[in-house]
Design a binder for this molecule. Structure first.
Ligand code: PEP
Ligand code: MN
Length: 637
């Protein structure tokens, strides 16, 4: 059952509720959600829920209808984000795990690890204990294989996952690996599930060869009841009458499972199809189905692979697949998980004159909680990074400049609305700040109202003028009589509705704003044009830039410059780019305050790979009246 606690419950009341439940034989898990804190109480005994409801500090008691309890979405509404080392699986990210089917040798794993990491995989896989159909097939290198995998993971800074087949190996394996894998053949090996669950470590739980979704979730429940809450489910194809592929990839299981459980689900296109050529299209299908990632077999020489060669991708195929997944992610409102550049909890402060202690781990953005900018913050840093919502763009810049926040994330361009000039103008006014990163968010608008509101109730719709403009088709077709009222920002409009508690009012905003304020999404994806993306800059003070930049491969630069008022002056600068065959990505001009009819140019371009950036800057400077490097960053586009 779910015991919902009152918002003002005291610590001693909380302890009493917990003790009451444990004394009655329940296992109690505390779950802190955006709205409520609840106790999930799971046990074999039945007690009258009213007895619990009478305890001080308890708001209500709700039974869990499903046979799986801890894994159930009824118990925990928010997505669980599983942490495997620095890598996170779940929420709005797509994590790609890659590696060979089996660890065969040191050289083999090192070569594959290097190439998959270079292409963008965030975790390394490889079997050391192989549960093969035939006893005469290669059974894996055992502990020796784990040592190799560990070395490769450390060398290329990737957490590692590998299959466990016996409860007696669990302890030994735990000292080498970051995540256990329970294979399809062992999904209902309950002794194994219990032993692995007890470690509290992350587990990748494959769906059994002919397991129903409920049986699969019950297996997850075994793991959770034994002590881990870090479970990732993996759809890897099921047995059907179809023989054309090794198994039948059950893509529809992905959205089903995501409704039923808060645990992340990923897909395995390699074992699902058994055929190399089908791995890429099925990987995309898995991502399109809403999965939190894929696990893919890659081999440097599949013809010689000791197991599953025919389904293993060549490194070049994997690299192409990664680019396709990256392109698909924003379409489904996700971003590709990268090995994080910054771990907010473990950042080392550098000496600086600015008092950063307060803002050390904070990221500023403009807007209210749940704004699209906050989504960009969480994608650039971490789900749990602490944020500083600011009223205006200027406040956001000031917060970063003064050290109240270490980083700021600001929109710079929208694919429909064009450049956001405020950001460029403020950058020009803040020479102490620099651009260190870029992020992209797909703008998916929703009609958001009170929990009991239906479409027919809505009389007034509030949103940022852009939000209203971007949903005109929906508004004209579905709510022709509703008044459209411009608001300062989209998430602010949601907070306004939450305050008014009036079911005839609705806002247009992103889904996180609805979740944050506990409101209902009445209609999803109501934007007229689905290709609506906003690009953000991550900014910081110059002295923090190195730390951020050192952890990613920089490939883009932004500069600003002005030229003298004479024929061909701008052309002279642009010619430098043409002569050096450097690809320009964006050019803007802005008036210079206090200098009527003079302009500052903003230019973004692809960073030359030959290290000639300083040289290039020198050439440009010679042709300019003023020149500044606004930033170097890794482009996500
Ligand atoms: C594997 O991932 O190597 C494997 C054996 O997968 P499954 O358990 O899904 O067959
Ligand atoms: Mn395999």
């Amino acid at each position: 059952m779910i015991v919902v606690l009152k918002q003002g419950i005291t610590p001693s009341e909380k302890d009493k509720v917990r003790s009451y439940l444990t004394e009655k034989g329940f296992m109690v898990r505390e779950i802190v959600g955006a709205q409520d804190t609840v106790f999930g109480a799971v046990g074999t005994l039945h007690i009258d829920p009213r007895q619990v409801e009478l305890l001080p500090g308890v708001s209500s008691v709700v039974p869990i209808s499903k046979p799986y309890k801890l894994a159930s979405r009824e118990l925990k509404k928010e997505d669980t984000i599983v942490s495997v080392g620095k890598v996170k699986i779940g929420g709005n990210r797509v994590a790609v795990i890659a590696g060979p089917c089996a660890v065969e040798s040191y050289d083999q794993v090192m070569a594959i690890a290097e190439s998959v990491r270079e292409s963008g995989a965030v975790m390394l896989r490889g079997g050391a204990f192989k549960p093969r159909t035939s006893p005469y097939a290669f059974q894996g290198l055992g502990e020796e294989g784990l040592k190799i995998l560990r070395k490769a993971g450390d060398a290329f800074d990737m957490p590692i996952t590998t299959e466990v087949v016996s409860p007696s190996d669990v302890e030994m394996m735990a000292s080498y690996i970051d995540m256990f894998q329970i294979g399809a053949r062992n999904m209902q090996n309950f002794e194994l599930l219990k032993a692995v669950g007890k470690t509290g470590m992350p587990v990748l739980l494959k769906r059994g060869l002919s397991a129903t979704i409920e049986e699969w979730l019950m297996a997850a429940e075994y793991l959770m009841a034994s002590g881990t809450d870090q479970v990732v489910l993996c759809e890897r194809g099921i047995r059907t009458f179809e023989k054309a592929t090794r198994n039948t990839l059950d893509c529809s299981a992905i959205p089903v499972v995501q409704k039923l459980t808060h645990l992340p689900v990923i897909g395995d296109p390699s074992h699902a199809t058994g055929i190399r050529d089908m791995v890429a299209p099925m990987s995309l299908a898995i991502v399109a189905s809403g999965a939190s990632g894929v696990i893919v077999e890659v081999h440097n020489c599949p013809e010689k692979a000791l197991s599953d060669g025919p389904q293993s991708l060549y490194p070049s195929q994997f690299s192409k697949l990664m680019r396709d997944i990256q392109a698909l992610c924003p379409v489904v409102g996700k971003s590709l998980e990268k090995i994080p550049r910054i771990l907010p909890g473990s950042m080392k402060e550098k000496g600086t004159e600015v008092p950063v202690s307060e803002g050390a781990l904070k990221v500023a953005f403009q807007g209210e909680r749940g704004a699209f900018s906050e989504l960009a913050v969480r994608r650039s840093f971490d789900e749990n990074v602490s944020v500083l919502p600011c009223h205006s763009f200027q406040d956001t810049f000031d917060a970063v400049s003064s050290g109240k926040a270490k980083y700021g994330v600001l929109p710079v361009e929208n694919t429909l609305g064009g450049t956001i000039y405020d950001t460029l103008d403020l950058l020009a006014m803040h020479p102490e700040l620099t651009v260190v990163g870029e992020q992209q968010v797909r703008v998916i608008h929703n009609l958001i109202g009170m929990p009991d509101a239906e479409l027919g109730d809505i009389k007034k719709v509030y949103s940022h003028p852009q939000g209203l403009a971007q949903c005109t088709r929906f508004l004209s077709d579905e709510l022709p009589d509703a008044e459209r009222i411009p608001f300062f920002d989209t998430a602010g409009a949601v907070s306004f509705i939450a305050e008014k508690k009036d079911k005839s009012l609705a806002a247009i905003a992103g889904a996180p704003a609805a979740v944050y304020h506990g409101l209902k999404i009445i209609r999803q994806g109501i934007e007229t044009d689905a290709s609506n993306y906003t690009r953000f800059y991550v900014i910081t003070r110059e002295e923090n830039a190195e730390l951020f930049r050192s952890q990613s491969k920089l490939n883009k630069a932004a500069i600003s410059f002005s030229v003298s008022d004479q024929p061909g002056a701008l052309m002279d600068v642009l010619k430098i780019f043409a002569d050096r065959e450097i690809n320009m990505k964006k050019l803007e001009s802005r008036p210079i305050p206090g200098k009527p009819w003079e302009y500052l140019f903003f230019l973004e371009f692809q960073l030359p790979e030959d290290g000639s950036f300083d040289d290039l800057c020198k050439d440009i400077k010679e042709k300019c009246a003023t020149f500044r490097v606004l930033g170097l960053y890794a482009s996500v586009l």
